[in-house]
Design a protein around this ligand. Structure first.
Ligand SMILES: C[S@@+](CC[C@H](N)C(=O)[O-])C[C@H]1O[C@@H](n2cnc3c(N)ncnc32)[C@H](O)[C@@H]1O
Length: 166
Protein backbone atom coordinates (compact mmCIF):
# COMPACT_ATOMS: atom_id res chain seq x y z
CA UNK A 1 0.00 0.00 0.00
CA UNK A 2 1.40 3.43 -0.95
CA UNK A 3 1.81 5.75 2.10
CA UNK A 4 -1.13 8.06 1.30
CA UNK A 5 -3.60 5.36 0.33
CA UNK A 6 -4.30 4.25 3.89
CA UNK A 7 -5.74 7.67 4.82
CA UNK A 8 -9.13 6.71 3.41
CA UNK A 9 -8.96 3.11 4.45
CA UNK A 10 -11.38 1.76 7.05
CA UNK A 11 -10.27 -1.29 8.94
CA UNK A 12 -12.58 -3.77 10.58
CA UNK A 13 -11.70 -6.29 13.27
CA UNK A 14 -13.52 -9.34 14.50
CA UNK A 15 -13.74 -9.72 18.31
CA UNK A 16 -12.06 -12.84 19.70
CA UNK A 17 -14.04 -12.74 22.94
CA UNK A 18 -15.75 -10.61 25.56
CA UNK A 19 -14.75 -9.15 28.95
CA UNK A 20 -16.91 -10.02 31.95
CA UNK A 21 -16.46 -7.53 34.77
CA UNK A 22 -18.44 -6.11 37.69
CA UNK A 23 -18.33 -2.64 36.08
CA UNK A 24 -21.57 -1.50 34.52
CA UNK A 25 -21.44 2.28 35.04
CA UNK A 26 -18.60 4.09 33.19
CA UNK A 27 -18.62 6.90 35.78
CA UNK A 28 -17.91 4.46 38.61
CA UNK A 29 -15.36 2.28 36.81
CA UNK A 30 -11.69 2.65 37.85
CA UNK A 31 -9.70 4.47 35.23
CA UNK A 32 -6.70 2.12 34.99
CA UNK A 33 -5.81 -1.40 36.20
CA UNK A 34 -3.59 0.18 38.87
CA UNK A 35 -6.72 1.66 40.47
CA UNK A 36 -8.72 -1.54 40.01
CA UNK A 37 -6.26 -3.68 41.98
CA UNK A 38 -7.82 -7.00 42.98
CA UNK A 39 -11.11 -6.45 41.12
CA UNK A 40 -11.91 -9.81 39.57
CA UNK A 41 -13.34 -10.46 36.12
CA UNK A 42 -12.94 -12.89 33.27
CA UNK A 43 -12.48 -13.04 29.55
CA UNK A 44 -14.60 -15.43 27.53
CA UNK A 45 -12.67 -16.32 24.43
CA UNK A 46 -14.88 -17.60 21.64
CA UNK A 47 -14.30 -21.36 21.23
CA UNK A 48 -12.79 -21.06 17.74
CA UNK A 49 -9.88 -19.02 19.22
CA UNK A 50 -9.40 -21.11 22.38
CA UNK A 51 -6.34 -23.05 21.13
CA UNK A 52 -4.55 -19.71 20.91
CA UNK A 53 -4.58 -19.51 24.72
CA UNK A 54 -2.22 -22.49 25.08
CA UNK A 55 0.96 -21.63 27.04
CA UNK A 56 -0.45 -18.30 28.26
CA UNK A 57 -0.81 -19.51 31.87
CA UNK A 58 2.92 -19.16 32.50
CA UNK A 59 2.53 -15.38 32.33
CA UNK A 60 1.39 -13.44 35.39
CA UNK A 61 0.03 -10.52 33.33
CA UNK A 62 -1.54 -10.13 29.92
CA UNK A 63 -2.01 -7.16 27.62
CA UNK A 64 -5.65 -6.81 26.62
CA UNK A 65 -6.55 -4.87 23.51
CA UNK A 66 -10.24 -4.14 23.28
CA UNK A 67 -12.93 -2.07 21.63
CA UNK A 68 -14.62 0.70 23.61
CA UNK A 69 -18.12 -0.32 22.60
CA UNK A 70 -19.82 2.32 24.79
CA UNK A 71 -17.66 5.26 23.76
CA UNK A 72 -19.16 7.64 21.22
CA UNK A 73 -17.47 10.41 19.29
CA UNK A 74 -13.92 11.67 19.45
CA UNK A 75 -12.25 14.92 20.47
CA UNK A 76 -8.67 16.00 19.89
CA UNK A 77 -8.53 18.13 23.05
CA UNK A 78 -9.79 16.53 26.26
CA UNK A 79 -9.69 17.07 30.01
CA UNK A 80 -8.21 13.81 31.34
CA UNK A 81 -9.59 12.13 34.49
CA UNK A 82 -6.46 12.87 36.51
CA UNK A 83 -6.20 16.52 35.53
CA UNK A 84 -8.29 19.69 35.23
CA UNK A 85 -6.56 21.08 32.15
CA UNK A 86 -7.22 20.33 28.52
CA UNK A 87 -4.63 18.11 26.85
CA UNK A 88 -4.11 16.66 23.39
CA UNK A 89 -5.99 13.35 23.33
CA UNK A 90 -2.90 11.41 22.26
CA UNK A 91 -1.12 12.60 25.42
CA UNK A 92 -3.89 10.99 27.52
CA UNK A 93 -5.71 7.70 27.99
CA UNK A 94 -9.10 9.45 27.67
CA UNK A 95 -11.93 7.45 26.03
CA UNK A 96 -13.03 9.76 23.19
CA UNK A 97 -10.44 9.00 20.51
CA UNK A 98 -10.50 8.72 16.72
CA UNK A 99 -10.27 4.93 17.08
CA UNK A 100 -11.95 3.29 20.08
CA UNK A 101 -9.06 0.91 20.76
CA UNK A 102 -8.04 0.48 24.40
CA UNK A 103 -5.34 -1.34 26.28
CA UNK A 104 -5.04 -2.71 29.81
CA UNK A 105 -2.36 -4.86 31.44
CA UNK A 106 -4.23 -7.17 33.84
CA UNK A 107 -3.25 -10.00 36.17
CA UNK A 108 -3.89 -13.51 34.80
CA UNK A 109 -5.15 -15.68 37.67
CA UNK A 110 -5.86 -18.90 35.76
CA UNK A 111 -7.21 -20.37 32.56
CA UNK A 112 -10.22 -22.66 32.50
CA UNK A 113 -10.65 -23.87 28.90
CA UNK A 114 -11.71 -20.83 26.91
CA UNK A 115 -12.13 -18.66 30.04
CA UNK A 116 -9.33 -16.50 31.47
CA UNK A 117 -9.83 -15.46 35.08
CA UNK A 118 -8.26 -12.06 35.62
CA UNK A 119 -7.84 -9.28 38.18
CA UNK A 120 -7.33 -5.51 38.00
CA UNK A 121 -9.90 -4.96 35.28
CA UNK A 122 -10.90 -1.39 34.34
CA UNK A 123 -13.23 -2.23 31.42
CA UNK A 124 -17.02 -2.47 31.39
CA UNK A 125 -18.90 -5.73 31.33
CA UNK A 126 -19.52 -6.84 27.73
CA UNK A 127 -16.46 -5.10 26.24
CA UNK A 128 -15.37 -6.87 23.02
CA UNK A 129 -11.79 -8.18 23.06
CA UNK A 130 -9.62 -7.67 19.97
CA UNK A 131 -6.36 -9.32 21.02
CA UNK A 132 -4.40 -10.73 23.95
CA UNK A 133 -0.63 -10.72 24.32
CA UNK A 134 1.64 -11.79 27.18
CA UNK A 135 3.10 -8.91 29.18
CA UNK A 136 6.88 -9.23 28.86
CA UNK A 137 8.96 -6.80 30.97
CA UNK A 138 12.05 -7.84 28.98
CA UNK A 139 10.55 -6.16 25.91
CA UNK A 140 9.95 -2.91 27.81
CA UNK A 141 11.93 0.29 27.65
CA UNK A 142 15.25 0.74 29.37
CA UNK A 143 16.59 3.89 30.98
CA UNK A 144 14.87 7.03 32.19
CA UNK A 145 11.19 7.39 31.37
CA UNK A 146 9.35 10.74 31.37
CA UNK A 147 5.61 10.95 32.10
CA UNK A 148 4.83 14.43 30.77
CA UNK A 149 1.94 16.32 32.46
CA UNK A 150 1.20 13.28 34.65
CA UNK A 151 4.37 14.02 36.63
CA UNK A 152 2.56 17.00 38.16
CA UNK A 153 -0.29 14.83 39.52
CA UNK A 154 0.50 13.67 43.07
CA UNK A 155 -0.06 10.04 44.00
CA UNK A 156 -2.90 10.72 46.47
CA UNK A 157 -4.87 12.68 43.87
CA UNK A 158 -4.21 10.06 41.19
CA UNK A 159 -5.37 7.27 43.49
CA UNK A 160 -8.53 9.12 44.58
CA UNK A 161 -9.53 10.07 41.05
CA UNK A 162 -8.34 6.78 39.59
CA UNK A 163 -10.53 4.77 41.97
CA UNK A 164 -13.43 7.20 41.47
CA UNK A 165 -13.52 7.95 45.18
CA UNK A 166 -15.66 11.01 46.07
C1 LIG B 1 -9.55 5.94 31.05
S1 LIG B 1 -10.12 4.47 30.29
C2 LIG B 1 -8.64 3.50 30.32
C3 LIG B 1 -8.75 2.22 29.53
C4 LIG B 1 -7.42 1.54 29.25
N1 LIG B 1 -6.77 1.09 30.45
C5 LIG B 1 -6.50 2.41 28.44
O1 LIG B 1 -5.67 3.12 29.00
O2 LIG B 1 -6.62 2.39 27.20
C6 LIG B 1 -11.08 3.65 31.50
C7 LIG B 1 -12.48 4.24 31.57
O3 LIG B 1 -13.15 3.99 30.35
C8 LIG B 1 -14.53 3.72 30.56
N2 LIG B 1 -14.83 2.41 29.90
C9 LIG B 1 -14.42 1.19 30.27
N3 LIG B 1 -14.85 0.24 29.41
C10 LIG B 1 -15.53 0.91 28.44
C11 LIG B 1 -16.21 0.51 27.25
N4 LIG B 1 -16.28 -0.77 26.87
N5 LIG B 1 -16.81 1.46 26.48
C12 LIG B 1 -16.75 2.77 26.85
N6 LIG B 1 -16.12 3.22 27.96
C13 LIG B 1 -15.52 2.30 28.75
C14 LIG B 1 -14.77 3.71 32.05
O4 LIG B 1 -15.32 4.96 32.39
C15 LIG B 1 -13.34 3.57 32.63
O5 LIG B 1 -13.24 4.27 33.85
Amino acid sequence: MAPMECREESISYRPIGVIRSPHVDPRRTPIQPRYAAGIAGSIEIFPEFSAGLDDLEGFSHIVLLYHFHRSHGSRLRVVPYLDDEERGVFATRAPHRPNAIRMSVVRLVRREGNILHIEDIDALDGTPVLDIKPHVPRFGVEGAVRSGWLESVDEATATRRGRRDP
